[in-house]
Every structure is written in structure tokens, then in C-alpha cells.
Design a protein around this ligand. Structure first.
Ligand code: NAD
Length: 357
């Protein structure tokens, strides 16, 4: 049956990088029996300019109807002064919460060809392959009450609430254990159980769920230590699972171990593996419109989409092999380029991946 993919290019470099991923998907449609239709729509600042909101109702409806969503990135200088309720990022948050995309999977995988691109010593990062599973729809980013209030003494006070219910922790723990079962059967759960009650309960529930996965070796680590261990000895990790805010920070840290944020894909899944796929980086307004952005994170996000939502592991592997081949050929966009290698544009990189498929 034909599966529906909604393409939301977004802002900044978003349209340039998603165009390259679409090229790759078109090639698979033509040559490898990939049975999908692709519909394009607006999100973020582009949607605000057209409709006055960062995510139109019709777009949300299309997202709900589709089998998977491939998104570029949102945001840019021109929308920064807008009221927070209509800023581009709200479009993303609305998609995540309305589609109940509670599980964010961010692989930090270092292609061996790029070991020199990391700021860490090659021997520390060569062979790095971590999967960070971040809870995406709960925790302090969504907890109520929140706001800025004025105290009796006239001083303003900002406040947010860090909450997780048992069921929210259980379902993200299951996603992480399932992922660990498919990998090296090692799971590190990250919390701050020595200070925060909510993560003390997180730790208890992860241990409960662990009983259902006796083959997985479980470790608990405080977030401050995890941040340190990620740069000290990142290869000790296989799958890491954590809440929304810690995951936000640790996954960005892990991404830099691999040298470039331009290489890192991500998936956000609901309970049925329907998902939204996007590069881990933002809209990079500083380089937008110049055809120099690295499209590989978006192309690798399309590979994740084939793996998790469209049930085409074969084509996911095919894309990943094509990317590896292009790197073997010495082709690099500016962010991963160094002396002696061939610098290519966004579209040349996309063409090279298509040629290597
Ligand atoms: P960013 O990830 O957009 O850029 C950080 C740096 O990395 C920049 O120097 C940029 O040029 C570079 N970079 C990013 N992606 C690249 C690529 N594919 N190829 C080459 N270089 C790349 O983060 P930022 O500058 O903090 O944010 C810019 C805008 O993006 C802001 O409006 C922010 O709100 C938004 N943002 C969106 C998302 C998202 O859509 N998921 C995530 C983060 C930030």
C-alpha cells in the first residue's frame, strides 16, 4: 500500500537540505520499489509568514493523516521578536505534542572517515556509536504551572515545574530497552536522583521495566557525570535514556563528538512508530541560501524514516552505505572539509549520494 510522507522544509537551510533528501527518496521510488507519495507544506517562520501561525490547522491535519513526516528545520532572526506563542519553534512543539511523539532517538554515530573532524582525539571517538533516547513531550519543558510572577515585595520570579508521571517514564523506558535489545544490550539511564524527586522515581521505574529485559545490562548515572563521561570516554555508552531537558543538552554534546552537527539524524516516534524525522541541527540562518549546508543529516533522517516508520530497513541500509561511499570518495561540505579533500555544495552532495545508491 502506498505510504504518505509529509515534507515540511521549514526555514533557513531547511528547504535546501530537504530538497536533497527528497532527491534520494525520488531515486528510491524510481529504482527500488519505494511506494510513497510526498506532499509538501509549510512550518515555522514560513508558515507564520503565510498564515500568521507557525503551524496551520490544515498542516497539522495532514501530519496526522500521513505515515511519516520529514522536516528540515525552523527559526531565523526575522521571527525572533515575535510573541512566543507564534514563534517558529512553537510549530515544532505543536507537532510533537499533537502527534504524541514522545520518543526522540538521536544516534551519535561517527563515520570512520570523519574521525579527524571531531575536536576530540581520534582514538577517543573512532568507532563511536551511541543512541540517545530522549523523552520529548513531558518534563520541565511542558510542566505546569510555569511563568513569571511578581512577588509581594515587587520582585519578579520565574518558575517552571519538573513533572513526570509513571506511565510517561515507563513508555520511554520501553523504547530505550527495545532499542538496546537491537544493539549491544547496554542501557545507561541518566538522572539527578540525588537532588530531584522526580528523577528518583524515574530511576525506580527504569529498574522495574528492566525486569522485562533481563538481557540488558542497566546502569544509572547522574547527569553531571554523564556530561563528563561523554567527553572522557564516550565509547562506554551504547543506548542512553533520559528526560526531556537532560536529553536536549546531552544529545547536543554527543553530536559534537562526531565532528559536525551536519551529520546527525533524529527520529521522534509515537507509540505506533509513526514518526517525524529531522536533522539534529537548526535552520543555520548564517549560511542559508548559499547552497553550502551539509544535507547528510537530513538524508540520514530519511534513512531512519525508512527504518522505523516505513518498514524498509533494506533501503535505510542502502542510503547509509551510499553516504559512507561518498565520504570514501573524499567529498565533503564545508563543515566537514579539511585539506586534501574535495569541497562540494549542498546539491552536489545530494547528487553524489543519489549516484552512489
Ligand atoms: P544551528 O544548528 O542552526 O546552527 C549552529 C551552527 O551550526 C551554525 O554555525 C550553522 O551554520 C552550523 N550548521 C547547522 N547545521 C548545519 C549544516 N547542515 N551544515 C553546515 N553547518 C551547519 O543552531 P542555532 O544557530 O543555535 O539556531 C539557528 C536557528 O535554528 C534558531 O532560530 C533556532 O531557534 C533554530 N533551531 C531550530 C531547531 C529545529 O528546527 N529543530 C533546532 C535548533 C535550533
Amino acid at each position: 500500500m502506498t505510504q504518505e510522507v509529509l515534507i515540511l522544509p521549514g526555514d533557513g537551510i531547511g528547504p535546501e537540505i530537504t530538497a536533497e533528501a527528497v532527491k534520494v527518496l525520488e531515486a528510491l521510488k524510481q529504482n527500488d520499489n519505494l511506494d510513497i507519495t510526498m506532499t509538501h507544506d509549510l512550518v515555522g517562520g514560513a508558515a507564520y509568514d503565510a498564515h500568521g501561525v507557525p503551524l496551520a490547522e490544515e498542516t497539522l491535519e495532514k501530519a496526522k493523516q500521513s505515515d511519516a513526516i520529514l522536516l528540515g528545520a525552523v527559526g531565523g532572526y526575522q521571527w525572533e521578536s515575535l510573541d512566543i506563542s507564534v514563534r517558529p519553534e512553537k510549530g515544532l512543539l505543536a507537532l510533537r505534542s499533537n502527534l504524541e511523539l514522545f520518543a526522540n532517538l538521536r544516534p551519535a554515530y561517527l563515520f570512520p572517515q570523519l574521525a579527524d573532524a571531531s575536536t576530540l582525539k581520534p582514538e577517543v571517538v573512532a568507532g563511536l556509536d551511541i543512541l540517545i533516547v530522549r523523552e520529548l513531550t513531558g518534563g520541565i519543558y511542558f510542566g505546569q504551572p510555569r511563568g513569571i510572577r511578581t512577588l509581594e515585595n515587587g520582585e519578579r520570579q520565574g518558575y517552571n515545574t519538573y513533572v513526570y508521571s509513571e506511565s510517561e517514564i515507563k513508555r520511554i523506558a520501553h523504547v530505550a530497552f527495545e532499542a538496546a535489545m537491537k544493539r549491544n544490550k547496554k542501557l545507561c539511564s541518566v538522572d539527578k536522583a540525588n537532588v530531584l524527586e522526580v528523577t528518583e522515581m524515574w530511576r525506580e521505574i527504569v529498574d522495574e521495566v528492566a525486569k522485562e529485559y533481563p538481557e540488558v545490562e542497566v546502569q544509572h548515572m547522574y547527569v553531571d557525570n554523564a556530561a563528563m563521561q561523554l567527553v572522557l570516554n564516550p565509547k562506554q555508552f551504547d543506548v542512553m535514556v533520559t528526560g526531556n531537558m537532560f536529553g536536549d543538552i546531552l544529545s547536543d554534546e554527543a553530536s559534537m563528538l562526531t565532528g559536525s552537527i551536519g551529520m546527525l539524524a533524529s527520529a521522534s516516534l509515537d507509540a505506533n512508530n509513526k514518526g517525524m524525522y529531522e536533522p539534529s541541527h537548526g535552520s543555520a540562518p548564517d549560511i542559508a541560501g548559499q547552497n553550502i549546508a551539509n544535507p547528510l543529516a537530513t538524508i540520514l533522517s530519511a534513512a531512519m524514516m525508512l527504518r522505523y516508520s516505513l518498514n524498509r530497513e533494506d533501503l535505510a541500509l542502502k542510503i547509509e552505505a551510499a553516504v559512507s561511499k561518498v565520504l570514501d570518495q573524499g567529498l565533503r561540505t564545508g563543515d566537514i572539509w579539511s585539506e586534501g579533500l574535495t569541497k562540494v555544495s549542498t546539491s552536489e552532495m545530494g547528487d553524489a549520494v543519489v549516484a552512489s545508491l
